[in-house]
Design a protein around this ligand. Structure first.
Ligand SMILES: [Fe+2]
Length: 359
């Protein structure tokens, strides 16, 4: 498999070790802890070197486990750990796993987290790791959003573009990421800053309209060019209307059916919103459409409503389809029970607003 050319970072490559040290400090890496780096053949070698240097500086023990499958960005749920004998036992024994591909929606990840191991995922480009690193106050804001969403029974999302969509929650846990893995059993993604949960089975109903400027971050990493209108009935997308972007969505979801009557790719999946002020909506316009530049940023810019379809096994559900579509939407108003927390794409709950740090 050929790897796409990677643009040279703007920052000093030698600075990566300092950056990793700051990140490991946020993750509360302690002297004598064991860090397992889980890499694959596409992992940037300088990330491994920086992680080794940072671990040494902090007095932690560290090793690299390079696995023999390369989960692509669009195929989540690939079990990179556990097939080779001893690998699951090894990572379970670590205090913190730093993983350089997407482990979400795999069984092994849940097992490891249940044992208390912290998990940090690093899948973004060096400049973005620097720019997106969790700013002061983000964890508190995310924890507040997490609590609010945990107390919520019904969510209503509307937009001037025509979205009018409701779902109830409580069946699945709320999950949140604040950019570092500092608590036992916590999964996080360097650059993150968002909350989400899965709708109760069969309760998502209404209309969702993607408008130009919304982002199809998975699988295409592109801005929506023309409106897409989704009819949603009892938890599933039943109709996709529009132009090119509608065709792209229909074909992706249909091609990922496991059988002609498989509806799982069309199930409404995780729903939530972003809070990281370091994340820029216009990153794709600025930096190009290489996914490595946008994985964290596109999902976490403040006030986006992140709509998705496909798997829910990460939340404890049974769907593990690869028909996964992730769409951060702009300009939506999000109402939790009767309280507006996002108004036309702007966070209005002051406890969710974090100031951007100049970097
Ligand atoms: Fe997703």
């Amino acid at each position: 498999m050929l790897q796409a050319a990677i643009r040279a970072p703007e920052g000093n490559p030698a600075g990566l070790a300092f950056l990793y040290r700051r990140q490991f400090e946020l993750c509360k890496v302690q002297r004598g802890e064991t860090i397992a780096l889980v890499s694959d053949l596409t992992t940037r070698r300088e990330y491994i070197q920086a992680a080794f240097a940072a671990a040494d500086e902090l007095g932690a023990d560290v090793y690299e486990m390079c696995v023999n499958s390369v989960p692509s960005w669009t195929k989540v749920g690939v079990p990179t750990i556990g097939k080779c004998k001893g690998t699951l036992e090894a990572v379970r024994a670590a205090d913190i796993i730093v993983i350089f591909h997407v482990p979400l929606f795999t069984k092994w990840l849940k097992e490891v987290m249940n044992g208390g191991t912290r998990v940090l995922m690093i899948i973004d480009a060096p400049d973005d790791l620097d720019h997106l690193m969790s700013p002061k106050g983000l964890k508190d804001a995310v924890k507040h959003a997490h609590k609010r969403l945990s107390q919520t029974k019904k969510v209503h999302v509307v937009s001037d573009a025509g979205t009018d969509f409701t779902y109830t929650c409580g069946e699945y846990p709320v999950m949140s990421q604040w950019g570092y893995a500092d608590e036992p059993g916590h999964f996080d993604h360097w650059g993150a800053g968002h909350v989400h949960t899965f709708p109760n089975e069969g309760t998502a109903n209404g209309t969702v309209v993607f408008q130009p400027g919304d982002i199809i971050i998975l699988p295409y990493c592109r801005y929506v060019q023309d409106p897409v209108r989704l009819d949603i009935r009892d938890g599933f997308v039943t109709k996709i209307d529009g132009g090119l972007d509608a065709k792209l969505m229909r074909d992706w979801l249909n091609d990922n059916k496991s059988s002609p009557d498989d509806r799982d790719p069309f199930a409404v999946s995780h729903l939530g919103w972003g809070l990281n002020p370091q994340s820029l909506w216009y990153g794709i316009a600025l930096n190009g459409d290489e996914p490595e530049r946008s994985r964290a940023a596109a999902r976490t810019f403040p006030g986006n409503f992140l709509f998705s379809t496909g798997p829910n096994s990460q939340g404890g559900g049974k769907r593990n389809t690869r028909g996964h579509y992730d769409v951060p939407m702009r300009d939506c108003t999000v109402v939790l029970d009767n309280e507006v927390v996002i108004e036309k794409g702007r966070l209005v709950d002051p406890a969710m607003v974090v100031e951007r740090e100049a970097r």
